[in-house]
Design a protein around this ligand. Structure first.
Ligand code: 3DO
Length: 624
């Protein structure tokens, strides 16, 4: 038999067994239940001073013995002080009622997504573009430290789906299209989050959660949470590989892909959950569902005839914890299923062991919450330097005709485009809020591209006229009526045009799109500006490769910034001025056209395509 993926700590194992023996069935089921913070907060969402509600806490933890809470109060980042207050309150109650700490989970996916004042790194796709393993580990180590400053012990990261469909709205959360790169970066990220010893996570580290198990990045429709059609061979060789590496590095948990493959939802797949993960790898970590995904087996996937049957299928397939997340019928139905013999007690015990083991490994029984004052490096200079370095190493220079970059000094620059003056577009989703739409307020202290260029090149050399703007308060794709004439008038005074184009922030299903081409307004803006004859530098700031083939030939230089985070503007200014050198490489294939959506390992056969004249190899920009 295979050696345990994570070596067992005998002391922890004994403690788990001793506790398990004392627990009632209700208590055990409570440990398998995860609810969202909204369930225990006062419903007055207009109030800025968010509070945990004592009566609701009594129901959730006192009555239902719920063992895990997730998410963010009011959906917006909180201070580390507030986080400590919230978690201390939950922990005090949990320890008093059950003597078992709660495990609180949050998506801190590119730094402290939900902790105000923390350090925001570039998104995963950029971290991959650095091809710098040490930097990925360091980024996750810093994120763990700052996450723990708010007493949060569990992050839903790293994201190891392969970004293999350009249309998919979660393309930017992963380490690119290649399984080896995802595996290498995933391992480093786990070590950064958890430290070297998975049995002793310690004060400055958090538990990692590899997600989303697996094959999420290849939906047939290109849309979020929609079915894939992956062969067993691709599943094993490509999609499974990063998870194996993350687990070998000691990852304590895994979150499951919401969708289905070849007709079978991942949440119901015994072979993938129990056999591949738990048995083949002899891994004793925790499998948590994604949002409401047990219920989805009934309501959306229709492979279960009722809510209760969905629970039976998922738990028997190997799910250990259900991210329910809004109510507690999961507890009632699961209890009935055990009493009726539909879910064996051994399965419940196995799941609860995994939950408790993780809590012991995290040291939560000894220290359920931390004093934020013990994290003096939070949001400080050392962390900022690492995030800036990551941003600099992640920007990819796709084109530099006639060596136009670095820009000669003393020249006048027109900064234009809807992404020129926005912290929201630099960060993307999972930034201060789920959709990233609060970043302009919450990250006002950092520099947009415009501000960084003004600092770097001097205010007298900068002209700003966006030409196209996003609609404030609208959907992420909505733009105001373009003002291209204004940008054209400003271009008269400029030596160079820096066109900052791309996408506004979005996350998950709301980020679905029907047209991968860059918006018409933005294409028109660049075409009009290029027609002036002034050299154009295209700055692509986007979560997935929007098709820009009409305007790429009109530009002297093209820089792919993807989503570089709070230091993205500074990094770009350093690189464009020549104060730093470009070194980022593409972690995915940039499509020239809508019928060129493929990954490097599925390139059409070169000779055949050339013979047919159907395919232009220069078309694929910088596959490295
Ligand atoms: C995401 C992953 C995330 C979870 C909890 O919708 O916020 O929500 O970790 O896919 C899901």
């Amino acid at each position: 038999s295979v050696a345990p993926a994570i070596p067992r700590d005998e002391k922890i194992e004994k403690e788990v067994e001793a506790l398990l023996k004392k627990m009632t069935l209700e208590e055990k089921i409570g440990q398998m239940t995860e609810l969202t913070i909204d369930v225990i907060t006062k419903r007055d969402h207009s109030s800025k001073d968010f509070q945990v509600d004592d009566a609701l806490l009594d129901t959730v933890i006192g009555k239902y013995k719920v063992g895990s809470i997730l998410n963010v109060p009011q959906g917006v980042a909180q201070s580390k002080e507030k986080w400590e207050e919230i978690i201390r309150k939950i922990q005090d109650k949990s320890m008093k009622v059950m003597g078992i700490p709660c495990i609180y989970g949050v998506d801190q996916i590119h730094g402290t997504t939900y902790t105000l004042g923390g350090t925001f790194f570039p998104q995963g796709i950029n971290m991959a573009a650095t091809f710098n393993r040490g930097l990925v580990r360091e980024g996750s180590r810093i994120s763990a430290y700052e996450t723990k400053a708010g007493s949060i012990p569990w992050t839903y990261a790293p994201v190891l789906d392969l970004a293999r469909d350009a249309r998919w709205p979660r393309h930017w959360e992963n380490y690119g299209e290649d399984c080896y790169v995802n595996a290498e970066m995933g391992r480093e990220s786990v070590l950064g989050f958890q430290g070297e010893d998975p049995n002793k996570i310690g004060k400055q580290h958090v538990a990692a959660c590899l997600k989303h198990y697996m094959g999420y990045g290849v939906p047939v429709s290109g849309k979020d949470r929609t079915p894939s059609s992956i062969t067993v061979q691709d599943m094993r060789e490509k999609h499974f590989a990063p998870f194996v590496e993350g687990i070998k590095a000691g990852a304590l948990s895994v979150m499951v892909n919401s969708a289905m493959n070849n007709g079978l939802p991942f949440h119901a797949n015994y072979e993938l959950l129990t056999q591949w993960l738990k048995e083949d790898l002899n891994w004793d970590g925790l499998i948590v569902t994604d949002w409401a995904d047990i219920n989805n087996l009934y309501t959306r996937d229709k492979i279960a005839g009722s809510k209760k049957e969905a629970i039976k299928i998922a738990i028997n397939a190997g799910i250990d914890m259900s991210m329910v997340p809004y109510e507690w019928s999961f507890c009632t139905y699961l209890k009935e299923l055990v009493e009726e013999g539909e879910v064996p007690m051994s399965r419940i015990d196995d799941a609860v062991r995994r939950v408790l083991r993780m809590k012991y490994r995290l040291g939560l029984f000894d220290t359920p919450a931390y004093n934020h004052k013990e994290f003096p490096l939070f949001g400080g200079k050392e962390h900022a330097a690492a995030a800036l370095q990551a941003a600099e190493e992640s920007l990819v220079l796709l084109k530099n005709a006639d060596g136009i970059l670095p820009l000669a000094s003393g020249k006048k620059l027109l900064i234009t485009g809807p992404n020129a003056n926005s912290m929201r577009t630099l960060n993307g989703g999972w930034s201060y809020s789920w959709q990233g739409d609060k970043a302009d307020d919450c990250a006002a202290d950092y520099n947009t591209i415009l501000e960084s260029f003004t600092n770097k090149f001097g205010a007298s050399n900068i002209i700003y006229e966006p030409g196209v703007t996003y609609k404030k308060g609208g959907a992420w794709w909505e733009e105001n009526a373009p003002e291209i004439d204004k940008a054209l008038a400003a271009a008269v005074h400029a030596d160079y045009i820096i066109a900052c184009i791309g996408e506004n922030s979005y996350c998950e299903t709301p980020g679905n799109l029907n047209n991968l081409f860059l918006s018409k307004n933005q294409l028109d803006l660049v075409k009009a500006l290029a027609a002036t004859g002034k050299p154009v530098v295209l700055v692509l700031n986007e979560g997935r490769p929007r098709i820009v083939s009409e305007i790429e030939p009109l530009a002297k230089a093209v820089i792919n910034t993807m989503l570089p985070g709070n230091y993205g503007g500074d990094a770009l200014a350093n690189l464009v001025s020549g104060d730093a050198n470009f070194s980022g490489k593409m972690p995915y294939t940039y499509p020239r056209d809508i019928n060129s959506l493929f990954t490097y390992d599925y390139k059409p056969c070169e000779d055949l395509e050339k013979m047919q004249g159907a395919y232009d190899y220069d078309a694929v920009m910088s596959v490295q």
